[in-house]
Design a protein around this ligand. Structure first.
Ligand SMILES: *Cc1c(COP(=O)(O)O)cnc(C)c1O
Length: 377
């Protein structure tokens, strides 16, 4: 009865650039070079220049990017790293993968990104008992975290800043891109991200040559010279097929991010219901809407209602990390509590947003939401 509208459409992104991608795939296959070749180097240069940083290094996933960035800072067992609980589990998992202890803090109630006050409180709370080495702000949904404040606090306390930009490629504060603020920044090219591969991929970016060299070594067995490990490293390489796709798609990223922003503007202008909150963006920030997330106290009912009309939505994320079975009761959390995090998880809903979504589809989604609120009265 209702045409189905998916929450995301990965095939549409392939079809939008089909000819270029098909040709590039054939060229890679016939080249005989499949790992860390010319296409990876080319993509790394383009990513660095897009971000306005000196170096970008391709790795196998966003999780690996975080793990390698932490290792490059010399972070390991006995160290602690502060991040938010309202994030993808990968952010927290990476901290434990290097043997360090995550300390989870609250988010700002409007932007849903790291609350600088909560950061200061956690540093005070834990600095006598934990060796805090770094802070990982997450630019969740594509909305930049408050980097000027976070960097100020980090500098005062001599902490490394690693930006988790998995959802924010192309976002910026003033004219500086997310990923150009911290000592290091990490990216994921998981197919759903704004710049998505046809498989897994990731990158680490930095303007510090020493950190860049370390990341480069760590992604391939700690080699500086082939077969000689100067550091204990791992295998986390980006392959030529993914790099070829990413090099094509990065050329369209600004245009596609602008389409996402147009969709968000249209949603913002049509979703004016009492009890429904649309995303907040700080003045001077550019949000790239990896997700368009609304808030409603009737979230579960609204989601079911939309689902019955063929409109698929998702929840990013339904359970904060500090309450998930793998972490509950053992993870360090700030004494101030995580009340914003716990409250918003019950109210957030990610509507469909992708460059190929049509105006007709957006209007249909908004009409259904209006209908829901009318029936609620
Ligand atoms: C996707 C994502 C990651 C992890 O990336 P993978 O490539 O899936 O390992 C990390 N952090 C955030 C915020 C993400 O959205």
């Amino acid at each position: 009865m209702f045409p189905s509208i998916p929450q995301r459409d990965l095939k549409a992104s392939y079809l939008a650039h089909k000819k270029e991608i098909d040709d590039a795939m054939k060229a890679v296959l016939s080249s005989g070079r499949y790992i860390l070749g010319e296409r990876v180097r080319n993509f790394e240069r383009r990513l660095a220049s897009f971000l306005g940083v000196e170096f970008a290094i391709g790795v196998a996933s966003g999780t690996d990017a975080l793990e390698i960035a932490l290792r490059a800072c010399g972070i390991g067992p006995g160290d602690a790293v502060i991040t938010v609980s309202h994030t993808a589990v990968a952010t927290v998992a990476a901290i434990e993968l290097v043997g360090a202890k995550p300390i989870l803090i609250d988010v700002d109630p409007l932007t849903y990104t790291m609350d600088p006050d909560s950061l200061e409180l956690a540093i005070k709370q834990f600095k006598m008992t934990q060796r805090i080495k770094a802070v990982i702000p997450v630019h969740l949904y594509g909305n930049p975290a408050d980097m000027p404040k976070i960097i100020q606090i980090a500098e005062k306390n001599k902490l490394f800043v690693i930006e988790d930009c998995a959802q924010s490629l192309g976002a910026r504060i003033s004219n500086k891109k997310t990923g150009a603020w911290g000592h290091l920044s990490t990216f994921s090219f998981y197919p759903t991200k704004n710049l998505g591969a046809a498989g897994d991929g990731g990158a680490v970016a930095t303007s510090n040559i020493k950190l860049a060299q370390k990341v480069r070594m760590l992604r391939e067995y700690g080699w500086k010279t082939r077969y000689i490990s100067d550091l204990p490293g791992k295998n986390s390489r980006l392959d030529e097929l993914q790099a070829a796709i990413l090099s094509i798609k990065i050329g369209y990223l600004e245009k596609e991010n602008n389409l996402r922003r147009k969709i968000a503007d249209l949603y913002n202008s049509l979703l004016l219901h009492k009890g429904l909150l649309t995303p907040e963006v700080k003045i001077g920030s550019r949000h790239v809407y990896h997700q368009y997330v609304i808030r409603s106290q009737k979230r579960n009912r609204l989601q079911r209602y939309l689902d019955s009309r063929g409109i698929r939505t998702l929840i990013h994320y339904p359970v904060p990390i500090h309450l998930q079975p793998a972490y509950k009761n053992r993870i360090l959390v700030s004494a101030g509590g995580l009340s914003n995090t716990e409250k918003i998880c019950k109210e957030i809903l990610s509507l469909p947003v992708y460059p190929e979504l049509t105006i007709g589809q957006i209007k249909l989604i908004c009409h259904s939401i209006a209908q829901f609120y009318k029936e609620m009265l």
